[in-house]
Design a protein around this ligand. Structure first.
Ligand SMILES: C[S@@+](CC[C@H](N)C(=O)[O-])C[C@H]1O[C@@H](n2cnc3c(N)ncnc32)[C@H](O)[C@@H]1O
Length: 229
């Protein structure tokens, strides 16, 4: 039988940089012990944006990026491989596994000039975030009702950090009696605070995208600009 020390890995290729991350996952643990599909879809979308026929490989270079609910860090570490200065955040109990993934992969983003570090950030504790992100990333973070308001407040405060800050969110829409209403409530609540721009499947990675996984750009109405920048 598996126990909490059992680890398995998944290779994740950042295609535009021709580098591979190794993601260390646990056989036993809570929601943060594995890499969720929404994370893969969002990380691959960032990679697609950095391809030559989209925004180009320098798009994320030097950008300040903050990931919420990073889990094992697939999305944030991908952003680091693409040249961003990334702070990956999650609850305190998740940080050991997240830090381990950062430590095991830190040489992968060396050449891009990117960086990655982990910090505790609990949405419900309203801490002051001492980092002004230009892009906020979050994958599969909408899964329990109590988190909706604190998560939205956190997103709003982070998106107020600079004149151009926006969020990219990926979320698997689950058709279960528990999860369906949580997503509907989130969408209703977020509509009141943000302009939502859905990222079409045709704009995402041709393989690592799915009808069940929404990718949304969230912009505060006062800061709306048409394109990803
Ligand atoms: C389903 S996991 C997704 C992890 C990762 N983004 C992925 O897609 O692989 C949800 C993440 O949200 C984090 N989370 C849940 N509630 C949180 C809160 N109040 N503050 C910060 N993080 C939270 C969990 O610890 C977990 O890592």
């Amino acid at each position: 039988m598996a126990n909490e020390n059992d680890v398995f890995t998944r290779e994740f290729e950042v295609e535009s940089r021709k580098v591979t991350l190794t993601l260390y996952q646990k056989e036993v643990g809570d929601v943060s012990c594995v890499v969720w599909d929404a994370s893969i879809v969002l990380a691959k979308y960032l990679d697609v944006l950095c391809s030559e026929n989209r925004l180009g490989k320098d798009w994320l270079v030097g950008k300040k990026v903050l990931e919420l609910g990073a889990g094992l860090g697939c999305v944030g570490m991908t952003a680091a491989c693409l040249g961003a200065e990334v702070v990956l955040t999650d609850l305190a109990n998740v940080l050991p596994a997240l830090n381990n993934n950062i430590e095991m992969n830190k040489d992968v983003w060396k050449r891009s000039g990117g960086s990655a570090r982990a910090e505790e950030l609990d949405w419900s504790k309203h801490p002051v975030v001492d980092f002004k992100p230009e892009i906020v990333l979050l994958a599969d973070c909408v899964y329990y009702t109590e988190s909706i308001e604190p998560l939205l407040d956190m997103l709003k405060r982070l998106c107020e950090a600079t004149n151009d800050t926006y969020a990219l969110l990926a979320q698997e829409e689950r058709d279960t009696p528990n999860q369906k209403p949580v997503w509907s409530q989130f969408v209703e609540a977020i509509k009141k605070k943000f302009k939502i721009t859905p990222i079409m499947l045709s704009e995402q990675h041709p393989t690592y995208s799915s009808r069940d996984i929404r990718v949304l750009k969230l912009t505060l109405p006062s800061k709306d600009k048409k394109d990803i920048q």
